[in-house]
Design a protein around this ligand. Structure first.
Ligand code: AMP
Length: 212
């Protein structure tokens, strides 16, 4: 099963992607996580991506598509995957479709986690991330067991630079301009389902399960 998660930054698509990955036994692939891992390791890719990410902009398609196609070519993706944060532009979606088509394959479902802009800024300022293992939390909706500490690996949790309010506003405008058109794109392919992302994470997941 090949699933795509759509939604504004902070809509909770990462949390849902993780739940889907666990339930269906398919890898959760986040291009944002891949970029952050590269930044941490100080690779050339990381250096290039960081300047765009810190400004709230998208990393150029060419670079993003290359790292995504490398990742989905790996053995663990043979039976499918859930993509979180890719595609983010129509050209990215088209490249993915073309690559899958070459193998007689296609995306099965695009899940749009719908949250109005008004809710996003507040949500993101409460978000906390573990820079070591990539886990994310929310101080109100999904708190770690011990304040400021990652449940999974015990490292310190931080507010990511790109979750700061100024950057969030920029990311939202980029989302509306470049990513939102994908909703219509997948609707046209009749594989879109939209769920209400303002609900509790478990309720959102139940709605997704009904659609898969
Ligand atoms: P995320 O963790 O998915 O919110 O991604 C964090 C940042 O990484 C984004 O704001 C972009 O700068 C960059 N990024 C992640 N995925 C993509 C993508 N598919 N295309 C372009 N930039 C991306």
């Amino acid at each position: 099963m090949k699933i795509i998660m759509l939604g504004a930054p902070g809509a909770g698509k990462g949390t849902q992607a993780k739940m889907i990955s666990e339930k269906y036994g398919i890898p959760h692939i986040s291009t944002g996580d891949i970029f952050r891992a590269n930044i941490k390791e100080g690779t050339e890719l990381g250096k290039e991506a960081k300047s765009y990410m810190d400004a709230g902009k998208l990393v150029p398609d060419e670079l993003t598509v290359r790292i995504l196609l490398d990742r989905v070519a790996k053995e663990d993706c043979r039976d499918g995957y859930v993509l979180d944060g890719f595609p983010r532009t129509i050209p990215q979606a088209e490249v993915l479709d073309e690559e899958l088509k070459k193998k007689g394959d296609q995306v099965d479902r695009a899940i749009n986690v719908d949250v109005p802009d008004e809710n996003i800024v507040g949500r993101m300022s409460g978000r906390r991330a573990c820079l070591k293992c990539g886990a994310t939390y929310h101080i109100e909706h999904l708190p770690p067991k011990k304040e400021g500490i990652c449940d999974a690996c015990g490292s310190e949790l931080v507010l990511r630079d790109d979750d700061k309010p100024e950057t969030v506003k920029k990311r939202l405008s980029v989302y509306h301009e470049q990513t939102q058109p994908l909703i219509e794109y997948y609707e046209g392919k009749q594989i879109l389902c939209t769920v209400d992302g303002t609900k509790d994470a478990r309720e959102v997941f139940a709605a997704i399960e009904r659609n898969l």
